[in-house]
Design a protein around this ligand. Sequence first.
Ligand code: IFM
Length: 721
Amino acid sequence: MDQWLLRKEGFDPGDAAADGNRFLCANGYMGLRGVPEEAGRELFPAINLAGVYDQYGDRWREPVNAPNALWIGTWFDGRPLSVEDASPASHVTELDYRYGIYRRHTDFGPLRIDSRRLVSMASPHLLLDEYRLTICQDGELRVRTGISTEIWDINGPHLFDFSHKTGETLRTCCVTGEKGIRVAAAQCVDTDWPAAEEQTRGGDGVFRCFRRAVRRGEVWTFRVFASVWTSLDTPEPSEAARACCLQAKAEGFAACLESHRQAWERIWARSEIALEGDGEAALALHASQYHLNCIAPRHADRMSIPARGLSGQTYKGAIFWDAEMFFFPMFVYTQPEIARSLLRYRIATLPGARQKAAEYGYRGAFYAWESQEGGKEGCTNFNVVDVFTHRPVRTYFRDRQIHISADIAYALWHYFEITGDRSLLKEGGASVILECARFYLSRANGHLDSEQVDFADVIGPDEYHERVSNNAFTNQMIAACLEYALRLKEVFADQPDWFGSLLEELGYEADWERLPDLLRRIRPPREQGGVLEQFDGYFALEDCGLDTVRSRLRDPREYWGGDHGVAGTTQVIKQADVLALMALLPERFTDEQVAASWAYYEPRTEHGSSLSACMYALTACRVGRLEEAWRLFMKTAQIDVLGGGKQWAGEIYIGGTHPASNGGAWMIAVLGFAGLRMRGGRLTLHPRLPRQIKRLSFPVTAAGRRYRVEVTREGGTVVPL
Ligand code: IFM
């Protein structure tokens, strides 16, 4: 079995949305959905741009899809050859995870198309396609390549005022509606086609057309170089796009491909987990690491990653806690400069978080639940649409999921602990931690001089139970945030003046005095026989099984949470909540508490979020439930190989790739199965390999040094490189 290859035979338009995700190519700047070159809007093609947002009318703001600069269509004897309409004799789609290369092989009878396509990892604005036609019958061939403006949007349109230029390089320019961001795409072609081409521009884009009689046995190749830039990158995006593709054409396809492959080799040298013992698991792990690596913002130094990566506009292209809790661990241990970029995005968006806290009448930093550019809150008060009434449903993610600020403080602290580098704290990270702690000071319910302080009216990770009090996850993460704030003083013990002036600058003196009090009084989780109660009153809810709750659904797309959701009045939860807490702050809980809570909550968990299974797998490793850990690992790691995961929340499409699961797969393998930890500046291992795994081998970076970790049934080693 090839551990680097995803392969699919046949074409089913019903799978187009899922396949576009599974076969995604990306490089952090943009994501190219895995659909064939000739795809029209109905097959959801997209070149999704990282960090470029637009709002159309009063619809949801979402990231912009660029004009489709790699569009190619083929006609034979006047008949269009598209996978959708021309019923090919065979069609195979492949994704090479090692080098991020999408391939398609389609036999249409009179001709065969074999193409390979990529989004360059060496040059962030460049896309390439080598499109080869093998003629199987004499006839007339027409090939049209160009920039199509048939753009798929969920809440668009976003691009207006299209203008096109012909010439050696075709160009399209347009602007976004809300902010007037200019978006430019360019394309040029290298081919040995003997006849002159004809160029056209119009309502659907700008194209060149190659047409002539061909004979059986001939082979024609079109090497397409395309480029996308926006005015956020440069004042002259159109010129930059033109220059980028001309330079690539001058270098040649083979040279561009080689630079791209070398860039991927460097990424794998720093991050690849080699797993021996189970081919499917090895493939799934490569797939997970591919999907997370290909959306990392390598071209920017203060950018984060949306919850559905660059696979489209789902979840408004927003940054959730997924970034800090699920993507960050792989990056901090393999490519800390990317982890740093994710956190610098939060530092840069601190003003937005302060503004949000102020809007709700609090002080400090309350980060956006769905963060867009500048920390703008993308989450609306009506984030789900009811499948029966088609009315928006009031949801409380935006205003009650207050754990988000503590999650960010948690990642900042762990960046410092794992890298040993204080500079990020000095650059603004310390201010973020202090401002998050200050938010909780002002959000705490009750008087700080009362014996216990509640955090009432919140939502924990389990979003099916809204507006609960003393959610264990939230309270404990807040406690951790306060501790990190207080420990900053020790971290900067050798620079008391600097730390003192930071407190002064933030006007923090009085708050600093109050932190220990709040920390001491936060209500601890209630417990029954070692099982932590998820929130006040959870144990009193109806205790029926998952199947019972599912049987109450009247529509498979129905939302389970909220006022009328089938899960809200029961103990059935959407995703890991108490167990997420135990996975993230393991030292706070005994093995007995973890074992008891795992046994209680797992059967009551829908795993309706792709963030769930990995937290259960991590905690299953700790308590020796290795068969379950393995099952949940496979569920996590295979999500984008099999194209699974929920597609709908009410009437809202939530499909896409699953970077949180991708990061979760890394966490299970490294932190769970190998048991890697950074403690007191040292890496330790505590291997717990399931029987299916013979050996795990991977590189890690910690405290500025690189190591290779090897784990077998006999034990593990950490060897400096
Ligand atoms: O952040 C998650 C949340 O926990 C569950 N719903 C989907 C979000 C984005 O992945």
